[in-house]
Design a protein around this ligand. Structure first.
Ligand SMILES: *[C@@H]1O[C@H](CO)[C@@H](O)[C@H](O)[C@H]1NC(C)=O
Ligand SMILES: *[C@@H]1O[C@H](CO)[C@@H](O)[C@H](O)[C@H]1NC(C)=O
Ligand SMILES: *[C@@H]1O[C@H](CO)[C@@H](O)[C@H](O)[C@H]1NC(C)=O
Ligand SMILES: *[C@@H]1O[C@H](CO)[C@@H](O)[C@H](O)[C@H]1NC(C)=O
Ligand SMILES: *[C@@H]1O[C@H](CO)[C@@H](O)[C@H](O)[C@H]1NC(C)=O
Ligand SMILES: *[C@@H]1O[C@H](CO)[C@@H](O)[C@H](O)[C@H]1NC(C)=O
Ligand SMILES: *[C@@H]1O[C@H](CO)[C@@H](O)[C@H](O)[C@H]1NC(C)=O
Ligand SMILES: *[C@@H]1O[C@H](CO)[C@@H](O)[C@H](O)[C@H]1NC(C)=O
Ligand SMILES: *[C@@H]1O[C@H](CO)[C@@H](O)[C@H](O)[C@H]1NC(C)=O
Length: 545
């Protein structure tokens, strides 16, 4: 289809969509009402039309829909809430095919059924008399007594909205970041209003619920009361004695002119965003979400975990631009986004003898970057030449740091973690790269089998610490592709993602280049480089599919 025709077609579709959703604007949603992902009844609008509850297509999978609440008046249709279900202790977003049905049944229960009629999601709520999509963005089931029986504000996903309150209670009240902007799977960060009264941000080991040491806490154990997103545009945590601990603030007086949300982003930063509502405001503000306030201020410095990758993901490094309050994740030289078609360089085989290793690899200077937690060997006294040599000939060594004043050399191993821009005064940071630009050199025996099978695995840290030595060796040779840095990219073939098995071999997530492009542009003001560090992923490529 010619581009302009496609554009017209899209416009037409949009018109259709707008027409159909306009037809749905309603107050009370009565028992017996239902929604389907396709067709005229795919969402219920709030009275103002600002918010909608219903089905959102999942980017990159035309046959899959999310059950969500979103900002309906903006072209981005930004999702503010999405349904999750849990099985085997693993929580995942509810995604259903197009002929699924959500119904507010005659018995007052809300139920989502897949095409075969199996219930895939239902809120834990007693019978309701009707439902309402409120103008605040809260979707509520209301009982015959007029009281809320269940509401999306009680079970937030990664975002909170003005008037939303998370009180300290019997259970954790959590926000969980997404993996990347277009993948709603649980990501690597958690914000919890704990029953003990503390508000805490934790990095989470991916595909697990294990919490690393927190990177921010309100330190109000015994005294915390509730996290409030006030309608005046401030997010604060209240303490029992009345004190408000400021979290973020919009910093504008005319909140009515803006859509407003606060999200725990995939990079672990909790950001408050504004989006101008009217064209008058748009003269000053561009028509997109602008982050106006965030915590922690500099995620690169805030996160430093003993295990786990840090803010950006393994083998990458994090930079914070204080003039723009912007975090970016970058790859070191010769490390790139993973690409099945063109791995940047072939890993060093542990079978190479010293001479061959010296011929194939060299140490090159990398400026102002450090991975402080990846040391595994230290030499002193030593000179720089020897420091370089010892890293080159060691297939486990990825970078080396030489300090001239103390004649000390540290070797660092893969995967590199907690990467950070750091002024390396008095220190020379070196990274191992192949000498030749030729990426077609003979692959090592360890990886050739994998190459032949067209199977590439990027595996999680849990596996890295797995028990099998063989597995670890295999893993190391594969890690040298630099695949942990950035998001894995596949540009051509369809990829198959095995289902979660609950074991430590983790379900891969695969993104096409297009998805990534979309992902990053949808998030451009935050992740400058587009690498959000989703790097622990397994990827299984099958040519058959
Ligand atoms: C919604 O239902 C409640 C209870 O039946 C009723 O009091 C209210 O007026 C209804 N609102 C609208 C807009 O129909
Ligand atoms: C859509 O919903 C409206 C109001 O609930 C209903 O009258 C109409 O029949 C529905 N349309 C379809 C195609 O289900
Ligand atoms: C798309 O989503 C459906 C479920 O809705 C799933 O069965 C299918 O595997 C997904 N396809 C891809 C390519 O991820
Ligand atoms: C927002 O602040 C005002 C006054 O500061 C207060 O009256 C109101 O209850 C607050 N909103 C929430 C949701 O706590
Ligand atoms: C609660 O706050 C008070 C006053 O700030 C403090 O003395 C007390 O130790 C706090 N309680 C706990 C359990 O920390
Ligand atoms: C209230 O409690 C917080 C934390 O426990 C403490 O820092 C603050 O000083 C207290 N304020 C007053 C007025 O007691
Ligand atoms: C919190 O923010 C409000 C409004 O911006 C300000 O008035 C107040 O002084 C701040 N409180 C603290 C403790 O910084
Ligand atoms: C960065 O954030 C801080 C604290 O939120 C704020 O004071 C400062 O103005 C921000 N700078 C820019 C350029 O947005
Ligand atoms: C590798 O490429 C760079 C820039 O493309 C070039 O300057 C350098 O000479 C090349 N090295 C070799 C060994 O081909």
């Amino acid at each position: 289809m010619a581009p302009h025709l496609r554009w017209l077609f899209l416009q037409f579709l949009l018109l259709l969509l707008e027409f159909s959703s306009a037809a749905q604007a309603q107050g009370n949603i009565t028992l017996g009402s239902s929604l389907t992902p396709q067709g005229p009844n795919s969402s219920w609008l709030s009275p103002s039309g600002d918010f909608a509850f219903g089905f959102r297509p999942v980017e990159g999978n035309t046959s899959s829909y999310l059950l969500a609440v979103w900002f309906d008046k903006i072209s981005e249709k930004t999702v503010a809430w999405y349904a999750k279900s849990s099985s085997d202790g693993q929580e995942s977003p509810v995604q259903v095919p197009s002929s699924s049905v959500l119904q507010l049944r005659d018995d007052g229960l809300l139920s989502l059924r897949n095409p075969s009629g199996d219930e895939v999601w239902s809120p834990q709520a007693p019978s309701a008399a009707y439902a309402r999509m409120l103008d605040t963005g809260n979707f509520r089931l209301v009982g015959a007594d007029g009281k809320a029986k269940w509401e999306t504000f009680d079970v937030p996903a990664d975002t909170i909205l003005p008037t939303q309150v998370l009180p300290v209670g019997q259970q954790d009240k959590v926000l969980r970041s997404r993996l990347i902007p277009t993948d709603y799977a649980n990501g690597r960060f958690l914000l919890v209003v704990q029953p003990d009264g503390n508000l805490v941000f934790y990095p989470i080991a991916e595909h697990s619920t294990f919490q690393y040491d927190p990177y921010w806490a309100s330190n109000t154990v015994g005294n915390g009361s509730r996290l409030v997103f006030n309608e005046t545009g401030r997010v604060y945590f209240t303490v029992k004695n009345g004190t408000q601990i400021n979290i973020t603030s919009a910093g504008v007086n005319s909140m009515g002119d803006f859509f407003n949300r606060a999200t725990l982003d995939p990079d672990g930063v909790f950001r408050q965003y504004l989006y101008p509502k009217s064209s008058m405001v748009r003269n000053v503000w561009s028509s997109r979400w602008t982050a106006v306030s965030s915590i922690p201020q500099d995620i690169c410095q805030a996160i430093s975990v003993k295990a786990g990758s840090g803010a950006c993901g393994f083998n990458s490094y994090c930079t914070f631009d204080g003039t723009k309050n912007q975090t970016s994740c970058l790859c070191p030289q010769r490390y790139k986004f993973f690409d099945n078609e063109r791995p940047d360089f072939v890993p060093q085989s542990c079978d190479l003898d010293e001479e061959a290793a010296m011929a194939e690899f060299e140490m090159t200077l990398i400026n102002s970057v450090d991975w402080p937690q990846s040391d595994y060997e230290q030499y002193s006294p030593i000179d720089e030449t020897e420091c370089r040599r010892l890293c080159v000939i060691d297939c486990f060594c990825a970078t080396a740091v030489f300090q001239a004043s103390t004649n000390t050399c540290w070797k660092k191993k893969l995967p590199l973690s907690n990467g950070n821009m750091a002024e390396s005064v008095d220190r020379t940071v070196l990274i191992k790269v192949p000498r030749s630009n030729n990426t077609q050199s003979q692959p090592s025996s360890g990886s050739s089998k994998w190459k032949k099978d067209k199977k590439y695995w990027i595996l999680g840290s849990s596996l890295f610490f797995g028990s099998s030595v063989l597995l670890n060796l295999l893993l190391i040779s594969i890690l040298l592709f630099g695949t942990y840095c950035g998001i894995s990219i596949t540009s051509k073939k369809k990829l198959q993602s095995p289902q979660s098995s609950g074991s430590s071999i983790l379900p891969p997530k695969i993104f096409t280049y297009n998805e990534l492009e979309k992902a990053t542009s949808g998030f451009h003001e935050v992740l400058g480089s587009g690498a959000s560090g989703t790097v622990y992923k397994g990827q299984h490529r099958s040519d058959v599919s």
